[in-house]
Design a protein. Structure first.
Length: 101
């Protein structure tokens, strides 16, 4: 929740890039209802790319942050479908680790 909220709130002041290892968002507290009512799963999940890129107007990278270099203000990112890493720069960096279920 926090990473998407930060992106939404900061996009009008900064160029925002969101990196996530998952391609989807899942409202985990509601998942138990989907066991009883499987059609409800569509209301609990969505693909991140169209929401972040088109609705929020931020940049989305489906990948993992492998390293943060504070003095150089860079992040080493490994996109999911790539064997190599790429380096992006930033002025401000915020981390929202989420949870692991």
């Amino acid at each position: 929740f926090a990473g998407l909220a930060m992106g939404r709130d900061l996009k009008s002041h900064f160029l925002v890039t969101i990196v996530d290892a998952k391609e989807f968002f899942e409202y985990t507290p509601g998942v138990l209802r989907a066991y009883v009512k499987p059609k409800h799963l569509d209301a609990l999940t969505f693909t991140l790319y169209p929401v972040i890129e088109y609705r929020m107007e931020c940049k989305f990278i489906w990948g993992e942050v492998k390293e943060l270099n504070g003095p150089e203000r860079t992040a080493t990112i490994k996109p999911i479908f790539s064997q190599s890493t790429e380096i992006i720069d930033w002025d401000y960096c915020m981390g929202a680790a989420g949870c692991n279920f």
